[in-house]
Ligand binder design. Structure first.
Ligand code: UDP
Length: 305
């Protein structure tokens, strides 16, 4: 998103406390005349000097492995962090974009998921720290819009992948690619019949960029509607990498959603947006990236801009 904004005429101030993110991912922006970085936890107060036109609140652990390790921080960033960032936008008369999640729908009973579906979330399960935090963030965003007239947008992001993910982040894309490239067993959770729909990062960034320019206040799904079973996804990774790894079945994590696929009619109609990068192509680029990560032995190789 920083690259996309800087490619236009925008100036960007990046904030990250690197709880789960990596400094390597912004190293190529060091010295850029319109980019400034502040290492900061957005749950703590901050003021940005000068004019601010937009606040993009994208901070949060997003991998189930990460938010299970940091449940309190995850709840804090969705609640306190969202409050701080909304206050910042309000003070500056800036637009505010919240990156929410398909997890707002929990283990969905409506398929594909439409924005008008209220969801099926276990409020006390292991995933609740993430799901409820994001749902609270959506409610707070709507409250600031209604009470203070802040110009807000809410994106519900479905599974997204691409270069610059962490190799050991635990999500299925880095996990399977890593296992395939290192000849480890592919760990399929449950029987692999659960489904997901994977969107390439540049498509997602484009969707967020378009959403920020719209006046739509209610949530908009952003994701790729091509749905597949996790077992099929394992086969796809094996084909693509030419790996001969065995597939091993492991227990399904508690409350793991059984199906997920975005209905993107709203994004298509409202933003003229739909994903362009085919899964095979996006995965090819991602595999190349992880090959370089493994070769150099660093958690993240210096990214190509
Ligand atoms: N998964 C898997 N093996 C792994 C990691 C994940 O089978 O090593 C499954 C997981 O149970 C889920 C799907 O892949 O059904 C997507 O998991 P991920 O953690 O990427 O994201 P989620 O959609 O669950 O937030």
């Amino acid at each position: 998103m920083c690259d996309r904004l800087l490619a236009g005429s925008h100036s960007v101030v990046g904030l990250d406390n690197f709880l789960t993110g990596s400094r390597r991912n912004i190293e190529h922006l060091a010295g850029h005349e319109r980019f400034r970085f502040i290492q900061h936890d957005v749950t703590l107060p901050i003021e940005i000097e000068g004019a601010v036109d937009g606040v993009l609140h994208m901070a949060s652990p997003a991998s189930p492995k990460d938010y299970l390790e940091y449940p309190i921080e995850t709840l804090d960033v969705g609640s306190l962090g969202t409050r701080r960032m909304l206050d910042l936008a309000h003070r500056h008369g800036a637009r505010f974009l919240l990156t929410s999640t398909s997890e707002s729908y929990g283990d969905p009973m409506v398929h594909p998921q439409v924005e008008t579906y209220w969801g099926n979330v276990n409020p006390v399960g292991p995933r609740s720290c993430y799901d409820e935090s994001k749902r609270f963030a959506e409610a707070l965003t709507m409250a600031y819009h209604r009470k203070h007239g802040v110009r807000t947008n809410i994106a519900r992001i479905f599974n997204t992948y691409g270069p610059r993910m962490k190799l050991n982040d635990g999500r299925v894309v880095p996990a399977f690619v890593d296992q395939a490239l290192t000849n480890g067993a592919i760990t399929v959770f449950g029987d692999g019949s659960q489904t997901r729909s994977f969107c390439y990062v540049s498509d997602l960034v484009d969707g967020l960029f378009r959403l920020m320019q719209s006046n739509e206040r209610y949530p908009v799904n952003l994701g790729n509607p091509r749905e597949m079973k996790i077992s099929e996804f394992a086969d796809q990774i094996l084909r693509l990498t030419g790996a001969t790894s065995a597939v091993e079945f492991r227990p399904l994590p508690e409350d793991d959603p059984k199906q997920r696929r975005p209905d993107i009619t709203k994004a298509k109609t409202l933003l003229g947006w739909e994903p362009r990068v085919p899964l095979e192509e996006g995965l090819q680029r991602t595999v190349e990236y992880f090959r370089a990560v493994i070769k150099t032995g660093s958690a993240t190789p210096a990214p190509r801009a």
